[in-house]
Design a protein around this ligand. Structure first.
Ligand SMILES: Nc1nc2c(ncn2[C@@H]2O[C@H](COP(=O)(O)OP(=O)(O)O)[C@@H](O)[C@H]2O)c(=O)[nH]1
Ligand SMILES: [Mg+2]
Length: 354
């Protein structure tokens, strides 16, 4: 699967979009893996950059620019230490952002790299005056030890980005599969990249597409956006209900203010299907005042996929992952994130000797 994936990436080099001013960073293990899948699709991204201190993360894509954070592996024990190490790469990052209009930062939250570097990159991208869109995969429910940093980072990223798209890893699996973890990630990453591609790709052929402008308008608003995907062999409306149920596990549906529904199926969704699905979304979300856009495409695969992107959530279940912010709700706190440089201090007896 890895070889096929790399080969399709190499084929893509010939058709990559230019002049769009859209740059994307894949950060840490999850970010680099997800971005390498997006790299194979038709998204209008001009420049792909992979950032990590782990060389393996930079090997998932044979193409694109790689930024390796030089590190002392024994000291990489927190997101702030990774940020400290990344300070030396700031110029290289800034150089890649010259003339960028939109910057996507893709990562998984809760580990050290994605949590450390995503807010760091968002801040640099904001300083270069780009529109910053963070796309974050949240840890599985069972990864309790990752929840705290995921919650803290999500809040930091929200302050530093123009839009934040949350992907709940749990929502993309019906139940914990028996396959090896890396195969499960590959399965989820394919779903995520296909969904993002459907939302961003320019109109072509007979398909009804959303287009990049509408996609940005939908997510560039207060609060969070949530991306869910439902695959089914049933009717379109069932897929929409499935995707809506996933959102319901994460946030209050009535907080949503805008939605995009994208339906792809083997035969192509009928007008009746689309009308019923859009009405369903209007009834379920945003207290009856939600704006709904839709797209349709024909797919080679059997079955039907509904991609649902809803936005405008002030709060999500992930706010509970950061209990300090919850306690300090509405109280001004230090807005900046910490950076640790891990300087070794001299021992007392060394000082006494000198
Ligand atoms: N969707 C997705 N999530 C992942 C993948 N790899 C790791 N994650 C999740 O992302 C979070 C951060 O993990 P990881 O990316 O390994 O940490 P990092 O390398 O230190 O940034 C964890 O909750 C993982 O479950 C992946 O390939 N795809
Ligand atoms: Mg990692």
């Amino acid at each position: 699967m890895r070889l096929n994936h790399s080969l399709s990436l190499l084929k893509e080099v010939r058709t990559r979009s230019t002049g769009t001013g859209i740059v994307a960073f894949g950060v840490g293990s999850a970010g680099c893996r997800i971005l390498s899948y997006l790299h194979c699709s038709n998204v209008p991204i001009e420049k792909f950059l992979y950032v990590s201190y782990d060389e393996q993360d930079l090997s998932y894509s044979p193409i694109g620019e790689k930024i390796l954070i030089k590190s002392d592996l024994h000291k990489m024990d927190s997101p702030s230490t990774i940020r400290g190490m990344a300070e030396s790469c700031k110029d290289q990052i800034r150089k890649n952002l010259v003339d960028s209009k939109y910057v996507f930062i893709v990562s998984g939250l809760g580990g050290n790299t994605g949590s450390g570097l995503s807010p760091f990159l968002a801040k640099i991208a904001k300083e270069s005056k780009a529109i910053v869109i963070s796309i974050v995969a949240m840890p599985f429910n069972f990864e309790k030890s990752k929840h705290f940093f995921a919650g803290v980072t999500l809040r930091q990223i929200r302050k530093l980005s123009d839009a934040v798209i949350i992907i709940d890893n749990d929502s993309l699996l019906e139940k914990a599969p028996k396959e090896p973890m890396l195969d499960v990630y590959a399965f989820i990453n394919k779903k995520i990249s296909t969904a993002i591609n459907k939302l961003m790709e320019s109109p072509q052929g007979k398909d009804v597409r959303i287009g990049f402008k509408k996609f940005i308008e939908t997510i560039n608003r207060e609060g969070y956006a949530i991306l869910t995907v439902c695959e089914t062999f049933e009717a379109t409306e069932q897929a929409v209900i499935g995707a809506s149920k996933s959102v319901h596990q994460i946030a209050e549906l009535n907080q949503a203010s805008s939605a995009i529904l994208f339906v792809s199926s083997h035969i192509g969704a009928s007008m009746e299907d689309v009308a019923a699905s859009v009405s369903k979304i209007s009834a379920l979300f945003g207290n009856g005042s939600i704006e709904v856009h839709y797209g349709i495409s024909k797919d080679d695969r059997q079955g039907l996929t509904a991609v649902l992107l809803t936005s405008g959530y002030k709060d999500t279940k992930f706010s509970d992952y950061d209990p300090i912010a919850k306690v300090l709700y509405n109280i001004e706190s230090d807005e900046d994130f910490d950076i640790s440089s891990r300087v070794e201090l001299p021992k007392i007896y060394d000082l006494e000797k000198s």
